[in-house]
Design a protein around this ligand. Structure first.
Ligand code: IMP
Length: 214
């Protein structure tokens, strides 16, 4: 059995993604649930938010030899100057995916390349891992665009309205309208298998950056 990582999150979708990815690399991932409220400082600095969460959760780590993971993500829509960004969770709860579609409804074209440019958006993730000694940070981005309608039933959060840009042969994202080795062929994250989402995912990139420092 590999080394254990406790993932402090209320989101089971995230736990599933981290488990699937990190298991292959020899780590066991489990959700850490804490009864105490973990306060999240209102800050646009995702790194200091992650650090504050780790400090609060460390006393609840079941075993001193285990590691502790926190992760924060957001959807940044270019035409909306990065909104909802750090407010993504609140926006999902209030106006939801349909609200974002409405905010962009005037930006629709018959031409998919134009849509990719006008409706450009990016997921960003910052993950922080306490390795028993210090905190290691990892960042990940996933560029793409906002679909014209809800598509798919899988995933979570904004997955039903996010289509990633294709990836080139070494897995780097291309720009709107460029066809690459890896593609969802216009499907959103919610309409593809989890294995496929992982190839593009901001979260996987952030986790990989951490694992490479262990
Ligand atoms: P959190 O603060 O990291 O939990 O994420 C902020 C918001 O972005 C939440 O509402 C999530 O559902 C959403 N979100 C985070 N990661 C993803 C993702 O990979 N796909 C879709 N939505 C996401």
């Amino acid at each position: 059995m590999g080394k254990k990582i406790w993932f402090l999150t209320g989101n089971l979708g995230k736990v599933k993604e981290a488990q699937q990815h990190l298991h292959k690399l020899g780590y066991e991932v489990e959700q850490l649930v804490i009864d105490e409220e973990i306060s999240e400082p209102q800050s646009d600095n995702l790194q200091s938010v992650a650090q504050a969460k780790i400090t609060q959760a460390l006393p609840y780590l079941p075993n001193d030899d285990d590691m502790l993971l926190v992760e924060d993500a957001g959807l940044f829509v270019e035409h909306l100057n990065g909104f909802p960004g750090v407010y993504s969770a609140y926006v999902l709860k209030t106006i939801g995916c349909n609200g974002i579609l409405k905010l962009l409804s005037h930006l629709e074209s018959e031409d998919p390349v134009m849509n990719g440019q006008m409706r450009k958006a990016e997921f960003q993730s910052i993950a922080a891992l306490w390795n028993g000694d210090k905190i290691i940070f990892g960042n990940g981005k996933c560029p793409g665009w906002i679909s014209q309608q809800i598509d798919g039933e899988g995933g979570f959060g904004f997955d039903p309205i996010f289509i990633p840009f294709d990836l080139d042969v070494i897995g780097n994202p291309l720009t709107a309208g460029n066809y690459g080795e890896t593609s969802t062929h216009g499907a959103t994250f919610a309409a593809v298998e989890l294995e496929k989402k992982q190839l593009f995912s901001h979260r996987m990139r952030a986790l990989n950056e951490i694992i490479s420092q262990l």
